[in-house]
Design a binder for this molecule. Structure first.
Ligand code: ADP
Ligand code: ZN
Length: 738
């Protein structure tokens, strides 16, 4: 029902999990904020920050029921029409409440209602403070001394208070006496504006080789929308190619948006872009403070930054004058958000480029089957860089049969011998195992009892450094036990994780440095960059790590890569197993022999006869992806069909299951024969963090059928009484089915 009103109503997106817009009347002063402005609105008994999406003269409510806006926060739109279009698209395509999409698109400070140019709390050392006796202060009040020393290093301009929180815990208590003594001044400052000219002079790069030059010509063939897949082996000079194309766009005064995976966005990459282009990039990633992120966002919005570099959520950054979008390492899973708004930044990059009518470049050494299929269909241009640039040869790959050459603590004799010979030749070694901790299982030698998580259907991982048992699914932690909880006999860790490999390598090579890189050893901020710098300079003989080590890094001295347990994906149940496994192996193998010395890759497997290996070793990723595509076409999996996964979790199994049964019944009623409904079934890990998890898979050969169904289903699910007892979500184009 809709009521014609004599007054304009505002259509407002509010950050709540309901897929509708909310109507408000302008405030008493009658000020009518434009679309893209933020407003403070009453919502139930609270107040919320909302974003004006548009104006209307009708409402489903009578005028007397519509509440007024409390305050208009922005005098000009913070989000422009083009970004609003992307936000609307995202909400429609992922069937996700628009208020939550807006929240994802805004920097944290704007989401909280702060001004576009907020004033920032600053602290600076005073002249008196500079003369203070820090050493004697350190004896009486170490925290104060630490803080004062920090501010002394920061200099007279001071430092944002927000930054101190990360470096000096409890600084607020320490700063009070320092201010009272007159050693430190506190003041408010308008956030400093970004200046791209601080980037330094541009440096010349290598001249492009033939393949790169041909690829560049293709990239230059159009300035309107076009998607280009740069499919180039690791070290083939993809980044050099991007740089040339970026230069064109920047020279014209247009902006380039670069999206990179979280762990691929290293200081090495940023400084390379900066040095070569001679401008400072505006950076948007989790390593920056909220104030820095807002400054970068503003610079992108105003056009002051021509180069904008960020991780997933940077896809929503407003751009004044966009000319090009680049998605580096297109295959990387971090582009897909796995909770809340489950969007793919890679896919949205393509949509946004189409909206803006500009080119988008997607690069990878291991492109996803989705992108390859688009190229086959002629929608995207396929650009190949088949050989390494600068003359480096591809690494040789060899399998080690762990049945014949048994492994102790994960390292076979054959691998140990290869490590020794590469180290002797002054090479660097990388040992890859995608499993952190000491061992994945703790078992009782007497009764066979296995330590399990009490809240999940999973085993606890042994962490030897912290002497703990941890659940990698819910985060539960308990002390490492030495006796079996069932029979009291001794327990032992079974299998290996990166900690165990680190110990084993230290024992075998006592005079070499062994550096472990995984999310446990790198938890401390800055630790990763420190370790990577050392590794790049060749100061770590042996690197041991998880996939954190496999992406994008360039270690000049690295000549051997050992893949310890490659079998995890061979018999995977997910239809993406082979694709994933090939991607992860090819990416980590690509770290070997990137400069003059040839690289070698050893893969330990208990199943050397498995056909996957001959396909990968003889035909490379290209062959694996070709076969996988053929299989997907036959079995009707994506990219040949479309999927949506509805997940539900609850403390009672019946609630979760019943919720999805209701969803299935509704879907069956309206679907017809173009839709396949699988489930509901229990998720493979049926219980996690105390909740039972179930799922319903919807599959269709055409997108329209699926989307029509979801747009009817979503509001119905929101209304369903059971929904209050269930945590549920819709995942369009899921990449994890289980
Ligand atoms: P990718 O991004 O494909 O991994 P990069 O662009 O990082 O490749 O290039 C790999 C290495 O080869 C880098 O050290 C780069 O400087 C070098 N390189 C790239 N293109 C050329 C070229 N045309 N001539 C010489 N060296 C090159
Ligand atoms: Zn658990």
């Amino acid at each position: 029902m809709s009521n014609k009103l004599s007054q304009t109503v505002l259509k407002v997106a509010v950050n709540v999990p309901l897929s509708r817009q909310f109507d408000y009347l302008p405030g008493r002063d009658g000020e009518l904020p434009a679309a893209g402005c933020r407003v403070r609105v009453p919502f139930g008994r609270r107040h919320e920050i909302g974003l004006v999406l548009g104006h209307a003269s009708e409402s489903s409510l009578p005028a007397t029921k519509i509440r007024r806006v409390n305050e208009v926060i922005d005098t000009e739109p913070v989000i422009g029409a083009a970004e609003l279009r992307l936000i609307r698209f995202t909400s429609d395509y992922y069937h996700h409440p628009i208020g939550e999409v807006v929240a994802a698109a805004l920097p944290a400070l704007l989401r909280q209602g702060k001004a576009l140019h907020p004033s920032i709390e600053m602290l600076a050392i005073t002249d008196l403070g500079e003369d203070a006796d820090i050493e004697s202060l350190a004896r009486r009040a170490p925290r104060q001394a630490e803080l004062l020393g920090h501010l002394l290093d920061a200099g007279g301009n001071g430092i944002e208070a927000e930054r101190l929180g990360e470096e000096i815990p409890g600084w607020r208590r320490a700063v009070r006496p320092l201010i009272e003594k007159g050693f430190v001044a506190r003041f408010e400052s308008r956030a400093g504006d970004f200046d791209e000219s601080l980037g330094g002079a541009a440096q010349e790069g290598p001249s492009l080789n033939e393949d790169q030059a041909a690829a560049l010509a293709t990239l230059r063939s159009g300035d309107t929308f076009g998607a280009y897949l740069v499919d180039g082996v690791t070290g083939s000079g993809k980044t050099e190619l991007y740089l040339s194309r970026m230069q064109d766009v920047i020279d014209r005064g247009q902006q380039v948006l670069v999206l990179a995976p979280e762990i691929g966005l290293t200081p090495q990459l940023v400084s390379r872009l900066q040095q070569r282009l001679g401008i400072q990039p505006a950076l948007l990633h989790s390593g920056r403070t909220d104030v820095e992120r807002l400054a970068a966002w503003r610079a992108a919005r105003s056009g002051a930054a021509r180069l904008v570099v960020g991780t997933r959520s940077a896809i929503f950054t407003p751009l004044k004058n966009p000319g090009l979008i680049i998605v580096d390492e297109e295959h990387d899973h971090s582009f897909k958000q796995q909770e809340g708004l489950r969007y793919s930044a890679r896919d949205l990059a393509i949509v946004r480029a189409k909206h803006l009518d500009i080119p988008v470049i997607l690069g990878s050494a291991t492109p996803t089957l989705e992108m390859l299929q688009h190229c086959r269909g002629g929608n995207y241009q396929h650009i190949r860089l088949p050989v390494r640039a600068g003359g480096a040869r591809p690494p040789s790959v060899r399998l080690v049969d762990t049945m014949r050459s048994p492994a102790t603590d994960g390292i076979s004799e054959a691998l140990a011998a290869a490590i020794a010979s590469h180290l002797d030749a002054d090479g660097q070694v990388l040992i890859f195992l995608n499993r952190r901790g000491f061992a994945p299982t703790l078992i009782c030698a007497a009764c066979g009892h296995i330590a399990e998580c009490s809240r999940c259907d999973s085993r606890l991982t042994v962490h030897a450094r912290s002497r703990e048992l941890r659940c990698h699914h819910c985060g539960a932690v308990r002390p490492l036990e030495t006796c079996c909880g069932e029979c009291g006999e001794a327990v032992k860790p079974l299998g290996e994780g990166t900690e165990r490999l680190e110990d084993a390598l230290r024992t075998r090579f006592p005079d070499k440095t062994v550096t472990r890189i995984d999310s446990d050893s790198m938890a401390h901020k800055g630790a990763m960059n420190e370790a990577l710098d050392k590794a790049t300079q060749g100061h770590a003989d042996i690197l041991v790590g998880t996939q954190m080590l496999s992406k994008g890094h360039h270690f000049p001295k690295l000549t051997l890569v050992g893949i310890v347990n490659a079998d995890q994906g061979l018999f995977g149940t997910d239809f993406r197993s082979a694709e994933r496994m090939a991607q992860s192996i090819v990416q980590v193998a690509g770290r070997a022999g990137r400069e003059s010395r040839a690289g070698e890759v050893l893969i330990q497997t208990a199943f050397p006869e498995h056909p996957f290996w001959s396909t990968l070793i003889d035909g490379g990723y290209e062959k694996v992806s070709e076969e996988a595509l053929a299989e997907r076409e036959l079995t009707r999996w994506p990219p040949f069909t479309r999927l949506a996964l509805i997940r539900a979790a609850a403390h009672r199994h019946d609630d979760a299951f019943g919720f999805l049964e209701m969803a299935r019944n509704r879907a069956t009623g309206s679907a017809g024969d173009r839709l396949r409904i699988l489930g509901p079934v229990d998720a493979p890990m049926a219980r996690k963090a105390g909740r039972y998890r179930t799922q319903l898979l919807l599959q269709s050969s055409d997108r329209q059928t699926l989307h029509k169904l979801l747009s009817e289903l979503r509001p119905a699910l929101e209304e369903e009484p059971l929904a209050r007892k269930v945590r549920w979500s819709i995942d369009v184009d899921p990449i994890e089915l289980f």
